[in-house]
Design a protein around this ligand. Structure first.
Ligand code: KIV
Ligand code: ZN
Length: 501
């Protein structure tokens, strides 16, 4: 079986899409999880885009042990030098250069001729190669480029030292049989292709990104570019979890596998959804809440008789925790640590003290703590990555249908304790208004959602809010068995992020 390399671009193509931006701490947390997941390459960002982008690429480069860390660069010396400055401290650095090769992009966007494009590729790939041994060249809009010109561009990049050539379907236009034919053509006609990796990068505008990536693998691609939960420009990129599980489940058909630790998929997907505050659709393949739910009687009967009737994968394959009671109110720190370690978490002593405090708070409210509760508790840890100026101390909220909704909120700001009362259209509105009086900032609530993240009557609820101020949006998340408390924590978390920035 061929092992396909997984190039994850969640932190670049994913992060640059609307409402998916992350701060430095969030990017680092996610990058570490991507390494646990076993991705071969992490595209950490576009270093020249802004000083913040540069800092995050650099920080990720310094923190990764195994994965290659790439920064994107346009085909210019300035971009390439900045990309190199950001990734050069990585154990395995890569510079990823792109230039559009379709006539429409060259004529209207770049305003260059084919000859000029070829000259740029030769000069800039050679320049990148003089800095970094691992250079990837992407022919942007490859699927709409003239095939022989595309081959000439890729051949030029290989001659100048590229180690990976990438064939993007930038606008999600290709069909799977076309992608198969394109990769086959490039493989057959590009000089030097046998000594480099052939990559594809498919967008999902027509819902075919995963199918196109799999077709490319069948044609001989050795690397696929994808994102967790399929986030990315417009309709997104090919979803990592779908490609990985297609190969894991249908390995015999594709003759290929990956080095991904599939049991980390659930955790990674949830972590990203929590960070960006974009919930995973229930019917999303692999990671959606309904992906493994057999609702109809006929299906349930079949699965009970023989799981293979309707199940091609099982939840534990991707690391969905089994909902067993594992701990209770009287459990100690040692028992908690053992279970978390068995779940694959590595925790330092200081981190353990903090987790144990949160565990105790939860155990006061819930009699039985399950693996799912622990997973949710661990995932909620990065809610606290932002500098926490304000901390929720207490709340009293009264709600009714034919009376005024009121809230009294108590918040700590360092040494100072604030208390405010407000009325509103509903209990949450009243409570958020009381918080607004305390923080005294021009904050607007853009969106609010609430979901149960564990099962049962005392399930934990997770609230996600989007707040905005000065044309910037911040995601806040909060978790509790009490949905009002979860909402208040989420609102304050968003405000704390805003203040930290
Ligand atoms: O979609 C695209 O073509 C890209 C390139 C920069 C690889 O994201
Ligand atoms: Zn892209």
């Amino acid at each position: 079986m061929r092992q396909i390399k997984i190039f994850d671009t969640t932190l670049r193509d994913g992060e640059q899409s609307p409402h998916c931006s992350m701060n430095l701490a969030e990017k680092l947390t996610l990058a570490k999880q991507l390494e646990m997941l076993g991705v071969d390459v992490i595209e950490a960002g576009f270093a020249i885009a802004s000083p913040d982008d540069f800092k995050s690429v650099e920080a990720i480069a310094q923190a990764m042990e195994k994965s290659v860390v790439a920064s994107l660069a346009r085909c210019t010396k300035g971009d390439i030098d900045t990309a190199w400055a950001a990734v050069k401290s990585a154990k395995h650095p890569r510079i990823h250069i792109f230039l559009a090769t379709s006539d429409i992009h060259m004529q209207y966007k770049l305003k260059i001729s084919r000859e000029q494009a070829l000259a740029k590729i030769a000069a800039m790939v050679a320049h990148a190669k003089s800095l970094c041994p691992d250079v990837e060249f992407s022919a942007e809009d490859a699927s709409r480029s003239d095939r022989d010109f595309l081959v000439a561009c890729l051949g030029t990049a290989i001659k100048a030292g590229a180690t990976v050539i990438n064939i993007p379907d930038t606008v999600g236009y290709a069909a799977p049989d076309e992608m198969y034919a394109l990769v086959s053509y490039v493989k057959e006609h590009t000089p030097g292709i046998e000594s480099v990796d052939i990559s594809v990068h498919c967008h999902n505008d027509l819902g075919m990104a995963v199918a196109n990536s799999l077709a490319a693998i069948r044609a001989g691609a050795t690397q696929v570019e994808c994102t967790v939960n399929g986030i990315g420009e417009r309709a997104g990129n090919a979803a990592l979890e779908e490609i990985v599980m297609a190969l894991a489940t249908r390995g015999e058909h594709y003759g290929a596998t990956t080095g991904i630790q599939a049991k980390q998929i659930y955790r990674t997907s949830k972590m990203l959804a929590n960070i960006i505050g974009i919930p995973i659709p229930h019917n999303k393949p692999i990671v959606g809440a309904n992906a493994f739910a057999h609702e109809s009687g006929i299906h349930q009967h079949g699965v009970l008789a023989n799981p293979l009737t309707y199940e091609i994968m099982v939840p534990t394959d991707i690391g969905i925790p089994v909902n067993n009671m594992v701990l209770g109110k009287h459990s100690g720190k040692h028992a908690l640590r053992e279970i978390l370690e068995a779940m694959g978490y590595e925790i330092c002593d200081h981190g353990m003290d903090e987790i144990f405090d949160h565990f105790k708070q939860l155990a006061d409210k819930k009699k039985e703590i399950t693996n799912q509760d622990l997973e949710a508790l661990m995932l909620s840890r990065h809610h606290r990555v932002a500098e926490q100026k304000y901390e929720l101390i207490g709340h009293i909220v009264s709600a009714g249908n034919d009376m005024t909704n009121t809230a009294c909120i108590k918040i700590r700001d360092g040494e100072i304790m604030h208390e405010e009362v407000a009325m509103g259209d509903g209990p949450i509105d009243a409570a958020f208004k009381a918080i607004n009086r305390i923080v005294d900032l021009p904050v607007r609530l853009e969106s609010f959602s609430l979901n149960a993240v564990t099962n049962g009557e005392d399930a934990m609820g997770e609230a996600v809010v989007q707040v905005s101020a000065n044309n910037r949006r911040y995601i806040g998340t909060g978790m509790s068995t009490d949905i009002i408390e979860a909402s208040l924590k989420a609102y304050l978390n968003g405000i704390n992020k805003l203040i930290a920035e």
